[in-house]
Design a protein around this ligand. Sequence first.
Ligand code: NAP
Length: 322
Amino acid sequence: MNDTRELIIIGGGPAGYTAALYAARANLEPLVIEGFAWGGQLMITSDVENYPGYPEGILGPQMMQDFRHQAERFGAEFVTDDVTKVDFTEHPLRVWVGDTEHTAEAVIVATGASARQLGLESERSLQGKGVSYCAVCDAAFFREKEVVVVGGGDSAMEEAAFLAKFANKVTLVHRRDEFRASSIMIDRARANEKIEFVTPTVVDEVLAHDGQTSAVRLRDLSTDETREIQAQGLFVAIGHDPNTKLFLDQLDHDEAGYLVTKQGSTETNVEGVFAAGDVVDHTYRQAVTAAGSGCMAALDAERWLAAREGHAATALAAPREG
Ligand code: NAP
């Protein structure tokens, strides 16, 4: 029995589940290998207030459950585990979860990106309780509060400036005296009287009161002295890494490891392999943009499969020579 599927989707975030929804409704019976920790970055977000259609906002994990449920309703199947190996060198395409091999004519890669973390236990336990990795998503919760932003790149400058529209005070903490950010972004942040630069300094600990972030302990690297500053929010803006380790030797990618797709499409360099969401996008990184590109990938895959079947049907119908 040939159990090769038409479509496998790798990834269980907004892009993967949206691709699954569209593919399932197109009768492609997709298998979604959603990852052991399915849901992606929204699982470490609290309220999502900027996703259209949720006027009262929604908790990130609840939204991901809704996305998943909607795809399931139309027949998507799920494997709640991590892909361990892929082989896209020939068709059918091969995808492994441990010792179990799955094959498909087409694959959508939607494995997302992960915000870099400082690596503190207190940071992990306070995620969604004052610790955030996305100012655009969460700044509005810090109206008239005090927040700390960590990082010295363009993201940190941009997030500090954005947060300053809401918060009373923004302390920008960076481990070096020099910044990676462009000078225009630095100048803009420096000109903002709500933003204070503190360097060369790192965050030693995030402190909590009643389960919510209440202060941050900073360590000055030039003196090794520590001090606590009041902060209801800690925004970690030290970059993102695309989750592409499994694909780097087979799919075209840029220097930072983000997958590269053809202009105006979700096609990768391998026939039948498509990519969507944050795994290709280091610019917008929003749930709604990821969902949009997941939809595009499903439509691209559907058309590609239909064209392929059309070719196969034509080949079968063609009179044989000889
Ligand atoms: P980035 O440029 O890689 O900067 C990351 C920053 O975080 C660096 O300053 C780095 O410090 C610091 N960092 C890294 N690991 C750290 C750790 N464990 N503890 C403390 N600090 C740490 O990342 P990004 O700012 O997210 O920018 C990514 C790309 O997007 C860049 O190309 C950027 O120009 C672009 N971007 C552009 C805009 C814009 O133009 N509007 C906005 C956002 C991002 P060191 O410098 O010491 O390594």
